[in-house]
Design a protein. Structure first.
Length: 166
């Protein structure tokens, strides 16, 4: 597993309320996402107590203080960090396997293909919720994040599944 860059590790270590990792994988290029949509996501993230690491391919203006945009993210190292409380992911199989391995709850944002099934299975197992990336995303995303970080059952179930996985 690749070590975290020092600056990122320090921010994660200092995140008293926890860290949320947001990545849409390598297939979705965030340069193709509209500025309005990015701004809506940033508004949601700005309203949170947690630090949010967002894997994005392009620079974005007006990034809130609690958001760390990264062009490249050592995903396993981020998920392995003890302060990581939630993984917002598109639901690719590798990301799902890594979330289970490290016992991190998942908020799924499936986009196509097997991602819907992958996230659906985690929802059935009690370690995930799913939201659609749609025009009313702000409300649904914020509510889902708040529920998942405040309800320990998601974390406990993720840790149980991690133990089974090993």
């Amino acid at each position: 597993m690749e070590p975290l860059p020092n600056a990122l590790k320090q921010r994660m270590d200092e995140s008293k309320e926890g860290v949320i990792f947001f990545s849409l994988g390598s297939i979705v290029n965030t340069q193709t996402i509209s500025e309005e949509f990015k701004n809506n996501l940033l508004q949601v993230f700005a309203s949170l107590k947690q630090t949010v690491i967002w894997k994005m391919d392009a620079r974005t203006k007006n990034v809130p203080k609690n958001v760390i945009p990264v062009k490249w993210a050592p995903q396993q190292s981020i998920l392995a960090h003890p302060n990581t409380v939630l993984f917002i992911t598109h639901g690719g199989l590798l990301s799902i396997n890594e979330a289970i391995h490290f016992g991190v709850p998942v908020l799924g944002t499936p986009l196509f293909g097997d991602q819907f099934m992958n996230i659906g299975k985690l929802v059935q197992k009690g370690m995930a919720k799913s939201v659609r990336l749609s025009s009313d995303l702000q409300l649904h995303l914020k509510n889902a994040i708040v529920e998942m970080v405040s309800n320990s059952s998601y974390r406990l179930r993720a840790q149980e599944l991690s133990e089974i996985y090993h």
